[in-house]
Write a protein that binds this ligand. Structure first.
Ligand code: ATP
Ligand code: MG
Length: 448
């Protein structure tokens, strides 16, 4: 690393450091920005550590837009043009409560102390006027591609269990290995992982699922004893033999193969991971000795919903992932115009395309990949788009006002009738024509 490298960093952080220096404070760029810069990765947040106290930081940057919500923990955000700098007073954390938040924040005079509280060597470098400060030889770990704890791994994991998931997440994002003793520590404390907040587990798991090679993350979680705690229903698929002539892999390996074949979309990846979780509970062996799993898609969908609710995923995401799982077996029947129109009404175009993605990945991960039905579905989808068929209720040639004018009572009935009309048109039972629709409504609902 030379000073030239540092100048190449396109973020004008030097201005921020200079201003703090001029007022007599130490200041350094720290954390993920240096790591990602040295790895040639895109930089997301810019963290600066300084000897200045929050109130001093506010004074130094009196002329900038400041965000002070983190002031109690020592952080002031300074907005400068397109960049936001998170400036934090050097800290030396006290003992931890609730596995995550230090009981009290101790400000420290020294950068070294501040770097010592950071989780992994590659996250504990600083960059100041004199160049890079690397007290834990992170440079070597970056070269060897290793995630190593700062200090004693057992102590560091015990004081904040989130670090276990962060280790797996960084290993996946950066394609690094987790150092041996850190692995031992993570395993030792895996049973306690659910003591940390559900939201934090959710966020780390989401990041792991969205990496290029999510199966590696899932295998690491399994190896370290974390999968059993976080996703027990996924962990029971490990080694599960489907006794099926269509499948050459156990259920876990199959699900991971599906996962890796899916685009980077959280609902799809969660659906891929959970799509067969209902299989172990629905399995029956038929007269030919073949495993059968009637209705497993609906059970898998319920299992996914329960788990994602516990982890506080958003309602929209849960709904989307659940529908994908519940419908992943739809491709067992040859697609027709009618079935695709119905799917479109339920899922919308984006949803149908995602469903095809899941079905393709699932089929490609079986012994006899036959994609012809999904190809047919796509062709039909394109045809339907060229037709004048109102797929969404809002595209019908009539609306609620028309129904009221016919004498229908205001309230939920109007929505139900509109839905019914949409379905009948999609099924070809009435024409997409205003007059015909109104006649139909008058005949059928005239008395309401
Ligand atoms: P990314 O932004 O990609 O998640 P990052 O390294 O910036 O990566 P942040 O969570 O933003 O990660 O944290 C910033 C820095 O704070 C880290 O680089 C690390 O030095 C420190 N840090 C974050 N979380 C912890 C933790 N749980 N224990 C110790 N240090 C931590
Ligand atoms: Mg960050």
């Amino acid at each position: 690393m030379t000073n030239k490298d540092l100048i190449d960093l396109k973020i004008p952080y030097q201005n921020i450091l200079n201003r703090l220096n001029k007022e007599g404070f130490d200041a350094y760029l720290v954390g993920g920005a240096i790591r990602d810069y040295l790895l040639g990765r895109e930089i997301f947040d810019i963290d600066i550590a300084t000897s200045a106290r929050p109130s001093d930081i506010e004074k130094v940057f009196y002329d900038k837009k400041l965000i002070s919500i983190g002031k109690k923990f020592g952080t002031i955000k300074v907005v400068d043009g397109q960049f936001i700098y998170e400036i934090t007073t050097f800290r030396a954390d006290g003992p931890y409560i609730d596995q995550r938040h230090p009981k009290e924040v101790h400000f420290s005079k020294s950068l070294r102390e501040d770097l010592l509280r950071r989780d992994f060597t590659i996250n504990a470098m600083a960059l100041g006027k004199g160049g890079i400060i690397d007290p834990f030889s992170a440079g070597d770990d970056l070269k060897k591609k290793i995630i190593r704890a700062v200090g004693d791994p057992d102590i560091r994991i015990r004081e904040d269990l989130l670090r276990s998931l962060r280790a797996v997440r960084f290993a996946c994002q950066l394609d690094f290995a987790i150092e041996k003793n850190l692995k031992v520590a993570i395993k030792k404390h895996a049973k306690a992982i659910n003591q940390i907040s559900k939201e934090r587990i959710r966020d780390e798991i989401s990041k792991i699922l969205l990496t290029k090679n999510p199966s590696r993350g899932l295998r690491l979680l399994e190896e370290l004893g974390l999968l059993e705690e976080i996703f027990p229903e996924v962990s029971i698929m490990v080694g599960f033999d489907q006794k099926s002539s269509h499948h050459h892999l156990d259920l876990f390996d199959h699900s991971l193969e599906v996962l890796d074949k899916l685009p980077r979309d959280l609902a799809l990846r969660l659906a891929g991971l959970f799509h067969d979780t209902g299989k172990p509970l629905t399995m029956v062996i038929d007269e030919n000795g073949e495993g059968r799993f009637f209705g497993h898609q609906n059970l898998s969908a319920d299992i996914l919903e329960k788990r994602l609710r516990k982890l506080r995923f958003s309602n929209n995401l849960i709904k989307e992932a659940k529908t994908l799982v519940a419908r992943h077996m739809d491709s067992a029947n040859t697609y027709t115009k009618k079935s695709i129109r119905k799917l479109l009404r339920k899922l919308g175009e984006e949803g149908v395309l995602k469903l095809f993605d899941l079905q393709r990945a699932d089929t490609r991960s079986s012994k006899t990949p036959d994609l012809s039905n999904m190809d047919l579905g796509l062709r039909i989808l394109r045809e339907i788009k060229e037709e004048n068929i109102p797929i969404k209720t809002s595209n019908l040639p009539i609306n609620g006002h028309d129904l009221k004018a016919l004498g229908l009572k205001e309230g939920p009935l109007i929505g139900k009738v509109l839905d019914l009309i949409g379905e009948l048109i999609v099924e070809g039972k009435i024409a997409n024509d205003k007059k015909e629709i109104l006649d139909f409504v008058t005949n059928k609902f005239g008395d309401h």
